[in-house]
Design a protein. Structure first.
Length: 401
């Protein structure tokens, strides 16, 4: 179907422009009039030579989906029909990939499918959580409220992810820089000093000899070491993809000092936020637990959530298996028990999530405060030690004169 570019004016006289798919220009003009836009210019858009080359097309970010959900919610709340909402969202979408997705969703809805079924065609961008909540919104007639909750939920999850990612990025980048600097010194700088010392003769201090031997070993076995590192990374990735390997690594991460505390608190925040959002939207507790387990991001926590789900099917309250799992702190299981007894589990989950959001902030600050002096000491001891070891013979020679 051809795409038309249009320029028009809104009811307030403000110029607007966009793109729309239609069989001819007259349909574009009639659609714009229904959108209360007076068309001034409508022309067919030239074809993109690379539109069918997938890797050259822009990706769809979580921010795109958040904005989509918020705008969709506002339009439905204003009383616009579902198809018209999708037409407007498609027309104003600048991301070509997302525009095509919205078009496919609109055509699917026009063909008789529900909105949740249409979203299910794109699991990468609309996960099980999104689809189930939209289905609950359609069934309960509160689709605008559900989309608004989804947008708020995704914004909070994006902030949580950014905090954890930011805390992890600093030490990793610092370590990589340190390794690169150390490698350059050992591979290129130390050999120069070695030639100088060989010409001068004499016995070298022990630290200098150790550094020179380390440099020689790295230069002579460089490709062997690089190959071993690559093989280790490949083996680790393969091992982590197995259920047993992922469980072992994820369990180790949760037990790791400082970093494990951050990972556990972030996982609990995500778990409770997701549960609270889904329960308040009418999704059953079993479906919610199933979705939360799949999106946990940690195999140990995933197994614990599935254990909670199995216990609930067997007739137990949620708080009991949660306390027995060993993953959730006593406060979480106790507050969950209060929420179950008062019939306000969704609200209680939201309160726990708010508390752990603050705990994540504190954990990030603690991690950053700890890492900075550790990295400074590491760089000072390792790189500084190598530099000093190279100057020791010079200092020794200077003392003789």
């Amino acid at each position: 179907m051809p795409v038309y570019q249009w320029v028009g004016k809104s009811g307030t006289g403000k110029e607007q422009r966009g793109e729309m798919e239609a069989t001819d220009a007259s349909i574009v003009r009639s659609r714009l009039l229904r959108m209360r836009i007076t068309p001034e210019r409508v022309k067919k858009k030239p074809k993109d030579l690379f539109e069918n080359v997938t890797f050259l097309q822009p990706g769809v970010s979580s921010k795109d989906v958040i904005v989509f959900a918020r705008q969709f919610s506002t339009m439905i709340d204003a009383g616009l029909p579902l198809i018209q909402c999708l037409e407007i969202l498609q027309a104003q979408q600048e991301n070509k990939t997302f525009k095509k997705m919205i078009r496919d969703i609109r055509e699917s809805v026009e063909g008789g499918a529900t909105l949740s079924e249409s979203f299910k065609k794109y699991p990468k961008h609309f996960n099980d959580l999104f689809v189930h909540m939209v289905a609950a919104g359609e069934a309960g007639g509160i689709l605008d409220t559900i989309l608004r909750r989804l947008a708020a939920y995704m914004e909070k999850m994006a902030r949580l992810k950014a905090k954890v990612k930011g805390a992890m990025t600093y030490p990793i980048v610092t370590l990589i820089i340190a390794v690169v600097i150390l490698s350059i010194i050992l591979l290129f700088v130390i050999p120069t000093f070695q030639e100088l010392f060989a010409n001068l003769g004499g016995t070298l201090p022990l630290p200098t000899m150790v550094t020179i031997h380390l440099s020689n070993f790295l230069r002579s076995k460089f490709f062997l070491i690089a190959g071993a590192i690559i093989l280790f990374v490949i083996a680790f990735i393969w091992f982590y993809r197995t259920d047993k390997g992922r469980l072992m690594v994820d369990s180790f991460i949760l037990r790791f000092p400082v970093l494990g505390v951050l990972a556990r608190k972030a996982a609990i925040s995500k778990f409770t936020r997701t549960m609270g959002t889904m329960l308040s939207s009418g999704v059953s507790i079993l479906d919610a637990l199933d979705i939360v387990a799949k999106t946990a991001g940690n195999k140990k926590i995933e197994n614990a959530v599935y254990g909670i789900r199995t216990a609930i099917v067997g007739g137990q309250p949620m708080a009991d298996p949660m306390a027995e799992s060993g993953v959730f702190p006593p406060m979480v299981s106790q507050m969950t028990a209060v929420g179950e007894s008062t019939g306000a589990l969704d609200a209680m989950m939201g309160k726990i999530a708010d508390f752990y959001d603050e705990e994540v902030d504190q954990a990030v600050e603690n991690l950053t405060a700890l890492i900075e002096p550790v990295m400074i000491v590491f760089l000072g001891v390792v790189i500084g030690g190598i530099v000093v070891s190279m100057y020791l013979p010079i200092f020794k020679m200077a003392a003789l004169f």
